[in-house]
Design a binder for this molecule. Structure first.
Ligand code: TYM
Length: 330
């Protein structure tokens, strides 16, 4: 089993990233050869200050290690430190079709009304993501639900490459999405929008850096309905905000939805919300402590990223070389 996944080093880690991706990556370290990277090239697709980006890469590396990614067992690196990602991306841009990229919902969301003013990189972003994955021929790509379309595109690109060049070099990847609500943690303000670092309202998300009292206040102010919690999970289907909070509780404590409802059925949010805030604080407190320690020693972090990049370069080189040969280069 080989696992590959990435995260954009844009600002802070939030509970959606943690439950949807990172804690699942941590688990997979026991079962698979793992490669995890900070997608700093993807972060360039929108405006970011160079000094800020540099700081974000280090901070995100610290956040991943603090969450349980072990750089001795997993290959942890910055995407830009492995040039083969960019080199394979160009080759794949000549395989991917404009029509395929036109269907990508994330480009439509992120470019908004200003599509003509968006960077070309924001448009071709999913092809770089395909290269990130295909370079390492992984068996599993653990992501949250929002990345599913990008993984399916990587699959289409791999299949077309293999067909066009009569090879089995690229392994069409499958998205590996977690069960339950952790696959799609929703905004605390709107049960129909995902929790996201680009949401203008900070009250919509729980950040790793939030102090305890802010976490309690965000959960207390989270949008809900006046009904008590039901005993049957099916009764949450038409209550997206309630379903989200119950789902977060289940993911944070490791219980099932039924288990959570077993504890809280018949009770209102006045009881549930403080318990949820406590559970989130219990999950984040040790991660935050470790994060602060790691950030105080940037030289060690940098050394770990350099070592990870060296391993990743060696693992990716044969695929890039074979792709170049298949296409008639060299
Ligand atoms: P990014 O940085 O937006 O998110 C990192 C991971 O967190 C998951 N995630 C969520 N899961 C559940 N609920 C949420 N509200 C939520 N928000 C984020 C994402 O699904 C993702 O797994 N394009 C990618 C980074 C990337 C990548 C790759 C991923 C670049 N190359 C190759 C996998 C493989 C991104 O922007 O993720």
């Amino acid at each position: 089993m080989r696992v590959v996944s990435g995260i954009q080093p844009t600002g802070n880690l939030h509970l959606g990233n943690l439950l949807g991706a990172i804690l699942r990556w941590v688990e997979m370290q026991d079962r698979a050869e793992c490669l995890f990277f900070l997608a700093d090239l993807h972060a360039l697709t929108v405006d970011v200050e160079p000094a800020q980006l540099r700081a974000n890469v280090r901070e995100m590396a610290a956040a991943l290690i603090a969450s349980g990614i072990d750089p001795a067992r997993s290959t942890l690196f910055a995407q830009s430190a492995v040039p083969a990602h960019s080199e394979l991306a160009w080759l794949l841009q000549c395989v991917a079709r404009v029509g395929w990229l036109n269907r990508m919902t994330q480009f439509k969301e992120k470019s908004g009304k200003n599509r003509e003013g968006a960077s070309v990189g924001l448009y071709s972003y999913p092809v770089l993501q395909a290269a990130d994955i295909l370079l390492y021929r992984p068996t599993h790509v653990p992501v949250g639900e929002d990345q599913k379309q990008h993984i399916e595109l990587a699959r289409d690109i791999a299949i077309k490459f293999n067909t066009d060049y009569d090879t089995e070099l690229l392994v069409p990847p499958e998205p590996y999405i977690g069960g339950g609500t952790s696959a799609r943690v929703m905004s605390l303000r709107d049960g129909s929008a995902k929790m996201s670092k680009s949401d203008p309202s900070d009250m919509s998300r729980i950040n790793l850096s939030d102090p305890d009292d802010l976490i309690s206040s965000k959960i207390r102010k989270a949008r809900t309905d006046p009904e008590p919690l039901p005993d049957d999970p099916a009764l949450l289907d038409r209550r997206p905000e309630a379903r989200n909070l119950v789902g977060i509780m289940a993911a944070v404590t490791g219980e099932s939805i039924e288990g959570v409802l077993g504890r809280f059925a018949g009770q209102g949010f006045g009881t549930f919300k403080p318990a949820l805030a406590d559970a989130i604080i219990a999950l984040l407190t040790p991660i935050r402590r470790r994060f602060a320690e790691l950030c105080a020693d940037p030289a060690t972090l940098d050394g770990q990223l350099v070592a990870g990049a060296e391993r990743a370069r060696a693992l990716g080189a044969p695929t890039l070389r074979a792709a170049q040969e298949a296409m008639g280069l060299l």
